[in-house]
Design a protein around this ligand. Sequence first.
Ligand code: COA
Length: 112
Amino acid sequence: MASTNPAAGSGTDAPKIIWNQAQRRFETEDKKAYLQYLIKNGGKVMDMIHTFVPSSKRGLGLASHLCLAAFNHADAHSLSVIPSCSYISDTFLPRNPTWNYLLYSEEKKSNL
Ligand code: COA
């Protein structure tokens, strides 16, 4: 079950991440760190295109918290995920492989 994912995000020190539906972002309260996505395939697919954390806050797992919020959202809304952002595909998913079940398949991706 996704909620038991062992990655950072379940502790009491987890930063508050807000879903900004209008701007298609998951972001910190100050909006300075965010994960940007697009909705594709008639609303069934979430293409996570960019993750950004201000340089002064990098290396603390903040991007990981943003990803957890986004993947939990995708799971709760039955969305498949395209990890276009290199942080997500090259760092977050290899470190949190239990989320791979949400990934959109390559064959379907070509139909978008
Ligand atoms: N692609 C893949 N992995 C990356 C990366 C990138 N572009 N930039 C950093 N990482 C890795 C680092 O190697 C680091 O590994 P370490 O833990 O072994 O040191 C790890 O991400 C840090 O993870 P975390 O602390 O969760 O990330 P963060 O809060 O520092 O934020 C970024 C990571 C990528 C969001 C941040 O560095 C950033 O905003 N960079 C500029 C924008 C960017 O390149 N975004 C990614 C492409 S869309």
